[in-house]
Design a protein. Sequence first.
Length: 225
Amino acid sequence: MTKKLLITCKSLSKTFSGLDEAIINKLNLDIFEGDHTAIVGVSGSGKSTLLHLMAGLEKASSGQVKILDQNIGSLDQDELGVLRNTHLGFVYQFHHLLSDFNAIENVAIPLLIRRDSYKQAFKEAELLLKKIGLSKRLTHKPSQLSGGERQRVAIARSLITRPKCILADEPTGNLDGKTAHFVFDLLLELSKENRSTLILVTHDNQLASKLKFQYKLNQGKLKKT
């Protein structure tokens, strides 16, 4: 069965004032539904910038990004918000959980933003948190959770809308080695269960090696490894 093209970057470039060279330079990339792709690069190579461009969080200097054949550069902020809430999930190095909300509330928020019912949102959030081993942490606030637990909550939040694609930016960067591999394996397992595409940016070659497709970002260009 032919896989559907999910995200495409065409001649994508991004420049910042004060820099002599483009951080992303006429880059081309196709991501298909179900792909698990790692983009590896050193700090400052533009990995996070590329991820932000794919999600419409930053505007390209030139070129384009399409999600499901829709040029995201032509969308306004409200339309981009709907697209992200519908099709994309995000996991960052820092969990970005809301400190005044407990675990189940943090996970339910994307569904509430989508105007799902309160009852349904919390039911799904509870089921997902139980699935990742946090059944006894539902009402704990981020300050009451360990680093690994906070990142698991962040992963649950990214998956609660059953997105077509998860964008993961150094998702285990703040964790110790053992916890990092446990959390990453959980992210990989859940993305496979949901049949979600996974795009990981990382400096960790060992984590990247667990994904089917691997690229190295250097001088604004991608090279398949």
